[in-house]
Ligand binder design. Structure first.
Ligand code: SPV
Ligand code: MG
Length: 540
C-alpha cells in the first residue's frame, strides 16, 4: 500500500498512529531541514522559538504574516509536515479561518491554537495571571477553522491552558469536551509542573477519546515510557533547537571576541561546506550545467577513458574501468558530476575498450579504436579537436575531493597539474604506471605564495628526486590548450607516437619552454587500477 503522500496526510498518520510519536521544534528553514534529516516525522513551528529567533518576545510582537513567512521557508525546505503553534489564532474566529486558508496555501499541515486572549504571553511567564478565553467563543473559533479548511486532512489541535492558569481537572475536562465537540482533531494538554501528574490525570479521564499531545518542557525528567503507558499520542520537544543554538552562538561569539582570532573556533563549528550542503548548493550547480547556455568562457573537459583496466580482471571483462561502480555509480558519472559542480559544461569522453558500455548523460564521445596498441597521447589526440579554451583533462579512473579540482581551476597559470606530495612508490612491475614528478620546490606545510613549477615527469624518477605523483588531473588556460595542441601535432610526427604517454607530452612542453604549475595536494584522491584500489575506492 502507498504511504501518505501529502503533508497533511503525513500529519494525520502521526496523530492517528497507535504508538507514541515525536515532533521537534524548528524556527526557520535551516533548523527545519535539520529536524527532517535527523529523522523526525514532523516539525513543531514553535511560537517561542520563532519569536526568539526574530529577536522579539513571545507576545505576538511578530505579526501573523511574519510568522507565516517563516513557516513558508520551513515548508519549502522540508518534506515532512509542520504543526504551527498558532497562539490564539491572532484574533477572533474570522482571523482564525483566514489563518487556516493561508496556512494551507503555504503547505503547513496543521495548526494548534490555545484558549487564551490575544495578544498572548508565553505560558511560563506569570501564567496564573493570564486570562483564559471564553470557552464557547474558543469552541466557535475551532469550528470556524474546521469549516474554513479546504483540505479535509488539515488538522486543528486545541490547546488547553486551564492547568497553566491554575484551574483543575474539572475545568480541563469541561473545556476538552467543548473543543472536541467543536471538531478539534486533537488536544494539547499543557502543564508547567515539574512532574507529569496533571497530564497523567487528564489522560486517564479522557481515556483515548481523541489524540492527546503534550509538551514536556517543564516535566522533562519524566521517562518517556510514562507517556507511552499513559496513552499519550504525540510529544512535542518544543524549544530545544533554539536553546542549543543560543548556547552555541554565545560560546562562539565570546571566544572570537576574546581571542581576536578564528583559529581555535574553526574546529568547533561546522564547515562552510556543511552550510552549503544544508542549502543544497550542489543541486543549483548541476541545474546550471543543465539550463545555462554554454558560453565561451565556460570550461571544457576531456576524460581519457579508453583503457580496460586489465588488473581488475572479470570486473572489466566487458566494460572499461571508468564504468566500474563505486557505491552504485560508475566512476565516470562521479567525475562528470564533479565537473558540473565546477560549471564545466562541455565534457568529452574518449572511449576505447568496451565503448558500447560507456555512457554518461550530456557528454560527447570520441573514440580511440586502436586503444589496444596505442598509448595515452594517441588517445588524447583523438580529442584534439576539443582541445580549446579553458580545459580540464582527467584520467577516467580517478576519484578526488572537490577542492582539488577547484584549486586547479583557481590558478591563473596556463597549465597546472595536481600533484600528490604524499606519494608512495607502488611495488613491482606496477611502478611504470606512476607519473612521478620533480618540481622546483618540494611540498611545504608553511604558507607561501611562491609558485612551484614542474621540472620533470617520468615513471622512472628516483625516489630522492621525486617531489610527488601527478594524479592524472590538469587544467589549461586557452593559451595552455593551444600549447598542448601544438605539442601533440609535433609529437604526432614522431615514429613512436603510438607508444607515447602523457609524461612525454609534459617533457615536450617543458622543452618548448612552457611553464607547468604544480598544485600540491596531500592525498584525498585515488585511482582505480586494481582490486585493492577498488576496495579503497569503496571507502573513499
Ligand atoms: C512554544 O513552543 O511556543 C509553545 C510551547 O507554545 S511553550 O513554550 O512550552 O508554551
Ligand atoms: Mg507558543
Amino acid at each position: 500500500m502507498l504511504g501518505p503522500v501529502t503533508k497533511t496526510q503525513q500529519f494525520r498518520e502521526i496523530l492517528g498512529s497507535d504508538k507514541l510519536e515525536f515532533i521537534m521544534e524548528a524556527h526557520n528553514g535551516l533548523s527545519a531541514r535539520i529536524v527532517e534529516e535527523t529523522g523526525f516525522k514532523g516539525i513543531w513551528a514553535s511560537g517561542l522559538s520563532i519569536s526568539a529567533a526574530l529577536g522579539v518576545r513571545d507576545n505576538n510582537e511578530a505579526s501573523w504574516t511574519q510568522v507565516l513567512e517563516v513557516c513558508e521557508f520551513m515548508a519549502d525546505a522540508t518534506n515532512i509536515p509542520i504543526l504551527l503553534d498558532g497562539d490564539t489564532g491572532y484574533g477572533n474566529f474570522n482571523n482564525m479561518r483566514r489563518l487556516v486558508t493561508k496556512l494551507e496555501q503555504r503547505g503547513i499541515a496543521a495548526v494548534c491554537i490555545e484558549d487564551k486572549l490575544f495578544p498572548k504571553t508565553n505560558s511560563f511567564i506569570n501564567s496564573e495571571r493570564q486570562p483564559l478565553a471564553d470557552m464557547d467563543e474558543f469552541a466557535g473559533k475551532i469550528k470556524a477553522a474546521k469549516d474554513g479548511q479546504s483540505d479535509p486532512d488539515f488538522a486543528v489541535i486545541a490547546r488547553l491552558e486551564a492547568f497553566i492558569a491554575g484551574w483543575g481537572l474539572d475545568e480541563m475536562l469541561r473545556r476538552a469536551e467543548a473543543y472536541h465537540a467543536a471538531g478539534a482533531d486533537g488536544l494539547l494538554i499543557h502543564s508547567k509542573k515539574s512532574t507529569p501528574d496533571q497530564i497523567l490525570a487528564f489522560a486517564k479521564e479522557w481515556a483515548g477519546r481523541s489524540p492527546i499531545v503534550i509538551v514536556p518542557t517543564m516535566y522533562y525528567s519524566t521517562p518517556t515510557e510514562v507517556f507511552e503507558q499513559a496513552g499519550i499520542d504525540l510529544v512535542i520537544w518544543a524549544n530545544h533547537n533554539v536553546r542549543s543554538a543560543i548556547r552555541a552562538m554565545q560560546d562562539t561569539s565570546r571566544r572570537i571576541f576574546e581571542e581576536r582570532s578564528l583559529l581555535n573556533v574553526e574546529d568547533e563549528v561546522v564547515s562552510v561546506k556543511e552550510v552549503f550542503r544544508l542549502q543544497d548548493a550542489d543541486e543549483l550547480a548541476s541545474a546550471e550545467g543543465r539550463y545555462l547556455p554554454a558560453n565561451d568562457d565556460s570550461v571544457n573537459a576531456i576524460v581519457m577513458a579508453a583503457t580496460r583496466g586489465d588488473e581488475l580482471r572479470e570486473l572489466t571483462a566487458e566494460k572499461p574501468k571508468t564504468m566500474i561502480e563505486i557505491h552504485g555509480r560508475p566512476i565516470l558519472h562521479r567525475l562528470v558530476e564533479q565537473f558540473r559542480k565546477e560549471r564545466i559544461r562541455n565534457v568529452t569522453v574518449i572511449r576505447g575498450f568496451g565503448k558500447e558500455h560507456v555512457q554518461a548523460p550530456d557528454v560527447r564521445f570520441v573514440d580511440n579504436d586502436d586503444f589496444a596498441s596505442t598509448g595515452e597521447l594517441y588517445t588524447l589526440n583523438a580529442a584534439a579537436g576539443q582541445l580549446t579554451g579553458e580545459m580540464v583533462i582527467s584520467f577516467g579512473d580517478i576519484l578526488f575531493r572537490r577542492y582539488i579540482l577547484s584549486s586547479l581551476l583557481d590558478t591563473a597559470d596556463d597549465i597546472a597539474i595536481a600533484v600528490d606530495a604524499t606519494w608512495t612508490p607502488r611495488g613491482g612491475d606496477r611502478l611504470g604506471f606512476q607519473d612521478l614528478i620533480r618540481a622546483s620546490k618540494p611540498h611545504s606545510l608553511n604558507y607561501t605564495t611562491e609558485s612551484v613549477w614542474l621540472e620533470e615527469m617520468s615513471p622512472e624518477l628516483a625516489p630522492s628526486d621525486t617531489s610527488g605523483e601527478w594524479i592524472g588531473l590538469m587544467k589549461t588556460s586557452p593559451k595552455g590548450s593551444t600549447a598542448i595542441r601544438e605539442s601533440l601535432t609535433e609529437l604526432a610526427a614522431r615514429e613512436d607516437f603510438r607508444a607515447l604517454h602523457l609524461h612525454d607530452l609534459f617533457e615536450h612542453l617543458i622543452a618548448r619552454g612552457e611553464r607547468i604549475r604544480v598544485v600540491y595536494i596531500t592525498g584525498h584522491w585515488l585511482d582505480v587500477d586494481n582490486l585493492e584500489d577498488l576496495a579503497l575506492a569503496q571507502a573513499f
